[in-house]
Design a binder for this molecule. Structure first.
Ligand SMILES: [Zn+2]
Length: 96
């Protein structure tokens, strides 16, 4: 479980995104994402799109997570846009 960490709500998992340098939450269950249950090599379905705004401006991160690898889609606003087969990293100490 060093890749996908449960939060206080067991129906939410999160993975560390090396592009955004933070965790992205994924809601599971009937109205949420499908999850293969494999914390070492997770697959979530469908894609995960995160839109946020901070002091650096608006950010878009859109990816598939398949068998423990991130596929960044072309509409990402960050430098890893379009990169495929990015291995999920262990959860870094102190990451949010
Ligand atoms: Zn991200």
């Amino acid at each position: 479980m060093n890749v996908v960490a449960p939060t206080d709500d067991v129906a939410v998992v999160k993975f560390y995104c090396p592009a955004c340098k933070c965790g992205h939450r994924v809601w599971l269950g009937a109205n949420g994402w499908e999850y293969n249950g494999n914390a070492a090599a997770p697959t979530f379905w469908p894609s995960i799109k995160v839109e946020s705004a901070d002091e650096l401006g608006p950010t878009i991160c859109h990816s598939f997570v398949i068998n423990g690898q991130i596929e960044y889609l072309a509409d990402c606003a960050h430098a890893m846009r379009g990169q495929r087969r990015v291995q999920l990293e262990p959860w870094p100490e102190g990451a949010l």
